[in-house]
Design a protein around this ligand. Sequence first.
Ligand code: C2E
Ligand code: MG
Ligand code: MG
Ligand code: MG
Length: 299
Amino acid sequence: AAKAEGKRRAVVYSDVHRERALRSVRVERELRHALAHGGLEVHLQPVLDLRTGATTAAEALVRWYHPERGLLAPGEWLDVAEQAGLMPELGAWVLRRSCALAAAWPVPGGGTAGSGADAAAADRPDAQAPAVHVNVSARQLDRPGFVDVVRDALAETGLPPHRLVLEFTETHLDEVSDALLDELATLRDAGIALAADDYGTGYSPLTRIIELPISMIKIDRRFVADMLDDVRSRAIVTTLVRLGESLGLEVVAEGVETPAHVAELRTVGCRSAQGYVWSRPLPPEDFAAWLAAGGRRSA
Ligand code: C2E
Ligand code: MG
Ligand code: MG
Ligand code: MG
C-alpha cells in the first residue's frame, strides 16, 4: 500500500511539474511576442513630498496587456522572464520607455517639457519636472554593458540624468562585484540617483549602506503597513528615517494605504512616500492627467 501511495504521489508530482513547465514555455513565448509587438507598458505611481503634497517623482512599474487575460502585474510573470533570460531585453525596454515618458512631463505649475517649462522653471529655480524611478533586476545588472544601456536611454530620450532614479533591491546590491559597484558609482557621479528598494528586508549589515553608491532608501511596505500596530515596525521606520537623514540619503516610504499611516509617517519625520492612499500605478496618459491637474494631494 505504501508503495502504491508513493507511486500515486510521484505521478501527481510530475503532473504538477509538467503543468508548470508547460506554463513557463507558453508564458515565455507570449512574453517574447509582447516584447516585440508592443504588448507591454509601464504604469506610473506618484511619489509625493509629505510636506508640500507635490508629486516629485513616479515609479515605473511594468504591465503586460495580455490579449486573453487582460492586464497582468509583474508578480504573475516576472519570474518566467527572469528564468527565460528575458530580463536584459525587458529591462532595457522599460528603461527607455520610462525615460521617454518622463522627458515629456511638465514642470509643476507651468509650461510643458519644452522651452515653456524652462521659462516657468526660471521663475522658480526649485521647480523641476518629476523624476522617474525604474526598477532594475539582478539579471539585468549582471550583464556587461548595463551602464551603457542606461546612458543610451538618457541620450536617446533627452531625459536629464538627475531625473532618473534606479531602484535595486538590497539583496542584489549585496551580491554585486566591486567592479560593478565602481560602475554604479560612475552613474551616481553622472547625476543618476540609486535607490535601495524594499529596504530592511535583506540580511546585509546596516553598515553595508555606507559602502554602496546609493542616495535613496525605499522602506519596504511591510514595515509601513505594520507601523501603527507593531512597535518594532514603527521603530524600524523611525530608524531608517533617521539613518537617511544623518547619511544624507533621501527616504521614501512605500505602500502607504491610509491617512493614519500618512500622519504617522509625518510624525516620524519621513518626507516622501507613495501608496494607494494617493494613487495606484496609473497608465501613462492618466499619470499625465494627474500632473496636468497639479499633481498635488494632501492626506
Ligand atoms: P516594488 O519595486 O517594490 O514596487 C512596489 C509595488 O507595490 C508595486 O507592485 C506597486 O503596485 C505596489 N504598491 C504600491 N503602493 C501600494 C500600496 O499602497 N499597497 C500595496 N499593497 N501595494 C502597493 P507591482 O507593480 O505589482 O510590482 C511588484 C514588483 O515587481 C516591484 O516591487 C518590483 O520588484 C517588480 N517590478 C515591477 N516593475 C518592474 C520592472 O519594470 N523591472 C523589474 N526588474 N522589476 C519590476
Ligand atoms: Mg521598486
Ligand atoms: Mg519597493
Ligand atoms: Mg517589492
